[in-house]
Ligand binder design. Structure first.
Ligand SMILES: [Zn+2]
Length: 267
C-alpha cells in the first residue's frame, strides 16, 4: 500500500519572530505548493473524509494528500483559504477552542503570543465553505503529562465548545505539539473523536492507529520540486524504530519538569 501524506501547516502568513519561522509558510510558497499538487493531479481530503473512507472501505483517489492546519490562527482565513478556494481544495483546521476570537497566548514563549485567532463567525464561515474544524484542546497544553481529569477537560472541552459554535459534530483532533501517549489516545477516543493526528514527520500508513496518524511538517524551504519529492517521490520519510524510545525519554523529562514546576508553584 502506498504511504499517505498528511501535511501539517500552522501559519500561512508573514514571518515575525525567528523562533517561530519553522511554523510559518508564506502565502506565495503555499500557493506554489498547492499549484504543484493540482498540476500533478492530486486530490485533497480532510482528515475526517480520509478516516471515513478508510473505515467504510470506500474508494480513495489514486493520488491524494490530507491537508491540515494547526491552532486556528486567523491567517488561515487571510493567507490559506483564498488559495485553497482557487484550487477547490478542502482542509482540516484544528482549533485551540479556549482561544477562539482571542490571541495565541500559548505562543508567548516564542515571542508570538499576540497572533489573532479565528473568531466564532469566521469558524462558521469556514465550515460552510467545506473546511473541516477539528479540536486541538482548550489551552494547548502538553497533554501526555497532564492528569487524566485535566486531559479529558482539555480534549472533551474543545469538542463541546466547537460543536456549540458550529452546530455540527466535531470529529477530528490534533495533539498539541504532537505529544500523546496510550492514555491520551484512549481519552481522545472516549471524548467522541473519530481520529487524532500527531507530528512525527513521517508518512502515514493506512493500517496506522487512527488516533495516532503521522504527519509531515511542511516548511517554507520546500519549493515545489522538493515538496512533490517529499510527498510522492523517492524521499519517503519513515520514522526510525528508535522514534518510540526517544519519545518516551523526552516525555519522562517533561513530566519531571512539570512536577518540579508544580511543586515550585505550590511552595
Ligand atoms: Zn498546536
Amino acid at each position: 500500500m502506498t504511504p499517505v501524506s498528511i501535511l501539517m501547516y500552522h501559519s500561512v502568513g508573514a514571518r515575525q519572530n525567528p523562533a517561530y519561522d519553522r511554523w510559518c509558510v508564506s502565502p506565495q510558497r503555499f500557493r506554489d505548493q498547492m499549484s504543484a499538487l493540482a498540476e500533478s493531479g492530486y486530490a485533497v481530503l480532510t482528515t475526517g473524509d480520509y478516516v471515513d473512507r478508510l473505515a467504510s472501505g470506500a474508494a480513495l483517489p489514486d493520488r491524494f494528500v490530507v491537508l491540515t492546519f494547526d491552532d486556528g490562527l486567523q491567517d488561515f482565513l487571510t493567507g490559506a483559504a483564498p488559495i485553497l478556494g482557487r484550487f477547490g481544495f478542502p482542509a482540516t483546521v484544528y482549533v485551540v477552542a479556549g482561544r477562539v476570537g482571542l490571541t495565541s497566548r500559548w505562543l508567548a514563549p516564542l515571542g508570538e503570543g499576540h497572533r489573532p485567532m479565528l473568531t466564532t463567525d469566521e469558524l462558521r464561515q469556514l465550515a460552510r465553505s467545506g473546511i473541516e474544524i477539528g479540536g486541538h484542546t482548550m489551552t494547548h497544553p502538553e497533554l501526555d503529562i497532564l492528569d487524566p481529569a485535566r486531559a479529558m477537560a482539555e480534549i472533551g472541552g474543545s469538542r463541546r465548545v466547537l460543536e456549540d459554535i458550529l452546530g455540527s459534530p466535531v470529529r477530528s483532533f490534533a495533539y498539541p505539539h504532537g505529544y500523546n501517549s496510550a492514555r491520551t489516545r484512549a481519552i481522545v477516543e472516549r471524548a467522541g473523536y473519530q481520529s487524532a493526528v500527531r507530528v512525527r514527520h513521517a508518512h502515514s500508513e493506512r493500517s496506522e492507529c487512527r488516533f495516532g496518524l503521522s504527519r509531515l511538517i511542511i516548511t517554507e524551504d520546500l519549493d515545489p520540486q522538493r515538496f512533490m519529492r517529499l510527498i510522492g517521490g523517492p524521499e519517503r520519510v519513515v520514522a526510525p524504530p528508535q522514534d518510540r524510545l526517544i519519545a518516551d525519554l523526552w516525555r519522562s523529562t517533561r513530566r519531571l519538569r512539570h512536577w518540579r514546576d508544580q511543586r515550585a508553584l505550590a511552595g
